[in-house]
Design a protein around this ligand. Structure first.
Ligand SMILES: [Zn+2]
Length: 168
């Protein structure tokens, strides 16, 4: 059994990135928002601040990665299409994630049946497996897909340096 504290940190950050459409060749700068969650453990409650730092660092990394993943799924402002292969890859990963969460729980049931041999174990773990699949869908998969268009803002050919200099 694990004794200690688990710190969770969520980071939301935005980056200006270059979008390039694979269908029509349109290129534009986009402000993409990424979200990431990180965890840090402090075993036996030692190193609390280190655990917090690790959670924040992990969340930051994942948020940056999410910026990249989100850009790959962005809808082109010119032709309205998404990159077909990227969308396919995205759903492939999500399906594997869902199947994995279900299979993981069912596997525990199978192992437990080997120990306890009680027939009630299968229906219980089948239910728990489905529940975990639904949970992963609603807490992870759904927002990743549903919020893509809101997390990508096309900003035309704005020159960032000019923006930063203001009206000097
Ligand atoms: Zn396009």
């Amino acid at each position: 059994m694990y004794i200690g504290n688990q710190h969770t940190s969520t980071v939301t950050l935005s980056r200006v990135v270059d979008f390039s459409c694979s269908n029509c060749g349109h290129q534009e700068k986009a402000l993409v928002t990424g979200v990431g969650q990180g965890q840090g453990n402090s075993a036996y409650f030692l190193d609390e601040s280190g655990a917090k730092d690790r959670a924040a660092t992990g969340a930051n990394k994942k948020a940056l990665k999410n910026v990249g993943q989100t850009l790959k799924l962005a809808k082109c402002p010119n032709c309205g299409m998404r990159h077909k292969k990227n969308v396919q890859d995205f759903w492939m990963i999500q399906v594997l994630k869902l199947v994995g969460s279900f299979a993981g729980v069912m596997l525990i049931g199978v192992i437990l049946y080997g120990v306890a041999g009680d027939d009630i174990i299968y229906p219980i773990f089948l239910g728990a497996g489905l529940l975990s699949l639904i949970l992963v869908y609603f807490t992870d998969v759904r927002w990743r897909w549903n919020t893509v268009d809101n997390r990508v803002q096309f900003i035309g050919d704005i020159d960032i340096d000019t923006l930063l200099q203001g009206d000097q």
